[in-house]
Design a protein around this ligand. Sequence first.
Ligand SMILES: [Zn+2]
Length: 174
Amino acid sequence: MKCHTHFKDVPLLVVSIIASLLPGFTLIKTRNAEALMPASAMPPLNKSEAAVILNKATEPPFSGKYNHQGEPGTYICRQCGMPLYSSADKFDSGCGWPSFDAELPGAVRRLPDADGQRTEIVCASCGGHLGHVFEGEGFTEKNTRHCVNSLSMAFVEKGSEAEKEAFARQQSAA
Ligand SMILES: [Zn+2]
């Protein structure tokens, strides 16, 4: 992984140096600074995020920042940055956590929960805990509710550089 990242950085560095000699350098430099970020570089998890993502805790209902978020975009894994859910599949279940009736293809893995009853959902890429999935509740036509902790995700706006980077990350991992 490290070797791969290093290799990838070389041409960007060259571009950066050439760019610094051109007019409009500031704009180009900013763009390269983002691109230079290694694919796995999400900010370190804080204590609450680690409790949920690594130790499978559940954030208190109605406390999450994405509970009512409605803007178009993509929800990515807070730990590894892979795209998980589209805002198009988000709905307001009133349950207190962000709810989606579908995941992006291949983004989420289902596991029997340790409680022996529920189905746990984790990021298919890094295994980080997301929440639980329920079926047969009748909320939407798909009859599925991914009940996801806000702390397990980060939101990137539709059409943003961050969204493009997340999908590029997915492509390079495929
Ligand atoms: Zn992940």
